[in-house]
Design a protein around this ligand. Structure first.
Ligand code: 6PG
Length: 222
């Protein structure tokens, strides 16, 4: 597992509570407004979203990836975040129209809403999960999006899922001021151990100039 801070919590619930508290403290003291956050899908990030209370009028939400399904589909990341926090907060959020393959459209949204640094959008925070195969966002092993070095947002065919995804690309993720990688559950312990042993997986390429923090529960961290 590459550098950065590593926070190990006893349980997934404690991870969510501590991450929510830290994010609230960061937003309270950070001068950037709106505070721009890119969200991940998945059950570990969802626990954090459910706990999160921020000054929502000063925050703007984006997505790191999305499944190519309508927003009311059970697999939709938008749908999960809507239930976990959009409906109760009224926060401004920008949906990826992945079902329409609208990657260029989302790049235009980022160009208009997110501060840039050296030609890349610089999120104040990117929240990521990690899969048992070492994917993050929708940057899956063996897929074309791993090699994307110019575009900010791409559609990505994921044959191992038999699915299409929309995803931010590595240059965009790594341009962030902060990246948090949330990892919980015993099923993630093998990938955590592989990373610690130096395995080259998609998530290994998360290496921001800014801050990197891994949030793990004991089951994943061992
Ligand atoms: C997605 C995510 C994906 C997710 C990881 C971890 O759209 O599925 O963006 O990268 O964060 O697969 O998900 P879990 O926390 O549910 O294992």
């Amino acid at each position: 597992m590459r550098g950065g801070e590593r926070i190990v919590c006893e349980t997934a619930d404690e991870l969510a509570a501590r991450a929510a508290a830290r994010l609230a403290a960061i937003v309270a003291t950070d001068s950037h407004r709106p505070f721009c956050v890119a969200l991940a899908g998945g059950s570990t990030p969802r626990r954090l979203y459910e706990r999160l209370t921020l000054p929502w009028a000063e925050v703007e939400l984006f997505f790191g990836d999305e499944r190519a399904v309508p927003p009311d589909h059970p697999d939709s990341n938008w749908g999960m975040v809507k239930a976990a926090l959009l409906d109760r907060s009224g926060v401004r959020a920008h949906r990826m129209r992945a079902e329409a393959g609208a990657a260029g459209e989302y790049e235009s949204v980022l160009k208009s809403r997110v501060r840039q640094d050296r030609g890349w959008p610089r999120f104040d925070l990117v929240i990521l999960g990690v899969g048992t195969d070492g994917h993050t966002a929708s940057l899956f092993p063996g897929t074309a999006a791993l090699a994307e070095a110019r575009r900010w947002v791409v559609m990505n065919d994921v044959p191992q899922l038999g699915a299409r995804r929309m995803t931010l690309t590595f240059p965009v993720l790594n341009a962030a001021r902060r990246i948090w990688i949330l990892c919980s559950g015993a099923d993630k312990r093998p990938v955590v151990e592989q990373l610690a042993a130096g395995a080259r997986l998609p998530v290994s390429r998360i290496d921001p100039d800014g801050e990197l923090c891994w949030w793990l529960d004991r089951a994943a961290a061992g």
